[in-house]
Write a protein that binds this ligand. Structure first.
Ligand SMILES: *[C@@H]1O[C@H](CO)[C@@H](O)[C@H](O)[C@H]1NC(C)=O
Length: 159
C-alpha cells in the first residue's frame, strides 16, 4: 500500500450522510461536491448491519453468506483522509479487508459493475450492544444528522 493511494473503504452507516462525510474529510459539511465524486453505490455479502443500543450509529458484523449490507464504495485520495476516518471510527470498530460489489452510479442499473478489494470497519465493541432492529440511513439523516454536525463543529479529525 503506497502512502498516496490508500485502500478504498466500504461505508455503510453515518458516513453515508454526505454532509457528515464532507465534514470528516474536508472540514466543511457543505462541501458535498468534494465527496460525492468519491462514492459509488455498493454492497457487501456475508455481513449484516444492526442498530447499536442507545447509539445513532450501526454495527456491521460477519453473518450468513446470503445476507448483505448496502452502502458506498469510497475511493480515498490521500492517506490523510484515510487517517481522519480511522480517527472518526475510533475504538469500537476494526478495519478488515472485504470484497465490495459496485453498482452503476445512477442507481438505476442493478447490474453489478465490478468487484473491488476494500476495507470495512467491522464492529469490535460489545456484542451485547447490538439490537435486532435495522438501522435506517433515512432516519439518521432526518432526525440525528443535525446534532452530529453540531457535535463535530470545531472538532478536527487527525489526518
Ligand atoms: C472542498 O474540499 C476540497 C477537498 O478537500 C478542498 O480542496 C476545497 O477547498 C473545499 N472547498 C470548500 C468550499 O471548502
Amino acid at each position: 500500500m503506497s502512502e498516496s493511494n490508500p485502500r478504498p473503504l466500504f461505508i455503510y452507516g453515518t458516513l453515508r450522510a454526505l454532509p457528515l462525510l464532507a465534514r470528516a474529510l474536508t472540514g466543511d459539511a457543505s462541501n458535498i461536491s468534494a465527496v460525492s465524486k468519491l462514492v459509488q453505490p455498493a454492497t457487501i455479502y456475508g455481513y449484516a448491519r444492526f442498530s447499536v443500543q442507545h447509539c445513532d450509529y450501526p454495527a456491521v458484523i460477519k453473518h450468513e453468506p446470503q445476507s448483505s449490507v448496502d452502502g458506498y464504495l469510497l475511493i480515498l485520495e490521500t492517506a490523510s483522509q484515510r487517517n481522519k476516518l480511522d480517527d472518526f471510527e475510533g475504538e469500537a470498530y476494526k478495519r478488515e479487508p472485504v470484497a465490495v460489489t459496485v453498482f452503476d452510479a445512477d442507481g438505476k442499473n442493478e447490474k453489478p459493475k465490478e468487484i473491488v478489494e476494500a476495507d470495512v470497519y467491522l464492529w469490535a465493541g460489545d456484542a451485547d450492544a447490538l439490537t435486532a432492529s435495522p438501522w435506517e440511513l433515512e432516519y439518521f439523516e432526518r432526525e440525528r444528522l443535525r446534532d452530529w454536525l453540531d457535535l463535530f463543529e470545531g472538532m478536527e479529525l487527525i489526518g
